[in-house]
Design a protein around this ligand. Structure first.
Ligand code: NAP
Length: 244
C-alpha cells in the first residue's frame, strides 16, 4: 500500500489533507513538532477508522538532522514514501519597520528550510523508487505579497521557486512536484487575525466566503492522484477568486 507523509498534520489544513489521503487509500505518516499537538486530538483514530495504517513522527521540520532521522524512520515503518506534503508552516507577523530579526529568521527556517530538508531526504527515496509526488503549501502571500508578512511572503514565494526547481530536477525520475497557494482558509493560523483584517480580506474574495480545509485537501488529493500524472511545476491558487 502506498504511503503519504504530511508535515504539520496534527491540526488545520495538514490534518484535513491526511484524512483525505487516508480516504484515498494511503497509509499515513503524520508529523508535528510536539507530542502535545496530538493530545485531545482524534486525528489518528479517524485515519485508522478508514482502514489504513497511521503513525505519528514527532520532529521539527526546520532541523536538518531531525528530518533526516524522521524520513529514515518513516521509510523503515512503511517501506515506501509515495507522497510528501510539505504543509508545516507558521506566521510571526509584523510590519517591516518593526519586524525583529528573530521573527524573520524563525519563519524562514520553519516554512522554507523545512521544504529543502524534507524534499532532499524524501526525494532521494523517491528517486530510487522512480516515482513520487511532492506537494508544497505556498500561499497567495507568496504570489501577491501581504502587508505585515515580509517574512511569511518571502518563504511562500521561495516555495514556488523550489517547487519548479524540484519539478525540473526530478521529473525524469517519474516524480512530480507542484504547489497549492491557499487564500484565506479557516484554521487556527487565521483565527489569530483581527476582525478588521478578516473583513478586508473578505471584500476582495469573489466568492465572498473563506475557504474550508477540505477544499485544500481535495486539490492536494488530485495532485497526488493518477489523474495528475502529467502535471508538474505548477502552482494552483485556491482562494475563491482572490485575484483575477
Ligand atoms: P496551523 O493550523 O497553524 O497548522 C500548522 C501545523 O504545523 C501546526 O500543528 C504547527 O504546530 C505545525 N508546525 C509548526 N512548526 C512546525 C515545525 N517546525 N515542525 C513540525 N510541525 C510544525 O496552520 P494551517 O493554517 O493549517 O496552515 C498549513 C499550511 O498552509 C501552512 O504552510 C500555511 O502557511 C499554509 N497556508 C494556510 C493558509 C490559511 O488561510 N490557513 C493560507 C495560505 C497558506 P504549532 O501549532 O506547535 O506551531
Amino acid at each position: 500500500m502506498a504511503t503519504a507523509l504530511i508535515t504539520g498534520s496534527a491540526r488545520g489544513i495538514g490534518a484535513a489533507i491526511a484524512l483525505r489521503l487516508a480516504s484515498d487509500g494511503y497509509n499515513i505518516a503524520l508529523n508535528d513538532i510536539s507530542e502535545a499537538m496530538f493530545e485531545n486530538n482524534d486525528i489518528m483514530d479517524k485515519i485508522k477508522a478508514l482502514g489504513v495504517e497511521c503513525e505519528k513522527f514527532i520532529c521539527d521540520v526546520s532541523n536538518y538532522e531531525q528530518v533526516e532521522a524522521t524520513v529514515k524512520a518513516v521509510k523503515e515503518r512503511f517501506k515506501t514514501i509515495d507522497v510528501l506534503v510539505n504543509n508545516a508552516g507558521i506566521t510571526r507577523d509584523g510590519l517591516l519597520a518593526r519586524m525583529s530579526e528573530e521573527q524573520y529568521d524563525t519563519v524562514i527556517a520553519v516554512n522554507q528550510k523545512s521544504v529543502f530538508n524534507m524534499s532532499k531526504f524524501v526525494g532521494n527515496i523517491m528517486m530510487r523508487q522512480k516515482s513520487g509526488r511532492i506537494i508544497n503549501l505556498a500561499s497567495v502571500a507568496g504570489l501577491y505579497g501581504n502587508p505585515g508578512q515580509m517574512n511569511y511572503s518571502a518563504t511562500k514565494a521561495a516555495i514556488i521557486g523550489m517547487t519548479k526547481t524540484v519539478a525540473k530536477e526530478l521529473g525524469s525520475r517519474g516524480i512530480t512536484c507542484n504547489a497549492v497557494a491557499p487564500g484565506f482558509i479557516k484554521t487556527p493560523m487565521t483565527d489569530k487575525l483581527t476582525d478588521a483584517q478578516r473583513d478586508a480580506m473578505l471584500a476582495q474574495i469573489a466568492m465572498k466566503r473563506y475557504g474550508e480545509v477540505e477544499e485544500i485537501a481535495g486539490v492536494v488529493s488530485f495532485l497526488a492522484s493518477k489523474d495528475a500524472s502529467y502535471v508538474t511545476g505548477q502552482v494552483i491558487e485556491i482562494s475563491g477568486g482572490l485575484s483575477m
